[in-house]
Design a protein. Structure first.
Length: 207
């Protein structure tokens, strides 16, 4: 099994018949290059103590942290992509890489983030791309924030998705995606409720 957020892991994911896309996390290296890693530091996956933004892209590449441009080139135009923006410094560099790979409209791709400034920055730079607010609930204040940011949807912790919360999101005109689903029964329930996407781990795709 390949380490998460590596090119090998993404290649393995898109070979799974029931998987039609990937989700990954983008941060900026010390020299301002968009790279793919979930955590703020390399401790858990690469077993090094540094923060992502303490190393240049070349140093990160040497320990298995790929550049965003490499991942987009390897994945090609077909898989659905949920590109989560970590941190609050995303701007021209990230937008340029995304535009070069997927154009101004971002077909079969969304930009998601817990960070409103990152979503606002991408609205200015890539207005044709779909954006989702990442959240832990579908409370009225969360829906209002997503709408204020011009998002088309919310990607939410799966346990917060109920028939009532789905109705609230639909009434607001927002799509709902779910993270992170680990059981097939949960996946099936969310599908019946009408989510547009699920971020899953392997067992949820069984059957």
């Amino acid at each position: 099994m390949a380490p998460e957020n590596t090119l090998a892991a993404m290649a393995a994911a898109i070979r799974v018949p029931a998987c039609d896309g990937v989700e990954f996390d983008v941060q900026l290296s010390r020299d301002g290059v968009p790279v793919i890693l979930h955590d703020e530091t390399l401790a858990r996956v690469q077993h090094r103590p540094e923060r992502v933004d303490a190393l240049d892209a070349a140093e990160l590449s040497a320990v298995g942290v790929p550049r965003l441009a490499e991942a987009l080139a390897m994945l090609g135009p077909d898989p659905f992509l949920d590109i989560e923006l970590k941190g609050d410094a995303h701007g021209d560099a990230t937008a340029a890489v995304l535009r070069a790979a997927r154009g101004d409209a971002g077909p079969r791709a969304v930009l998601s983030s817990f960070d409103p400034p990152s979503l606002a920055a991408m609205a200015d730079r890539l207005p044709g791309w779909t954006r989702w607010l990442n959240a832990e609930d579908l409370a009225p204040a969360t829906l209002s924030l997503a709408l204020g940011l011009g998002c088309r949807g919310i990607s939410v912790l799966w346990g917060a998705i109920t028939p009532a919360s789905m109705r609230g999101a639909r009434d607001a005109g927002l799509d709902v995606a779910a993270w992170t689903v680990r059981r097939r029964a949960t996946f099936d329930r969310l599908e019946r409720l009408g989510v547009v996407a699920c971020c899953v781990e392997a067992a949820a795709l069984d059957g």
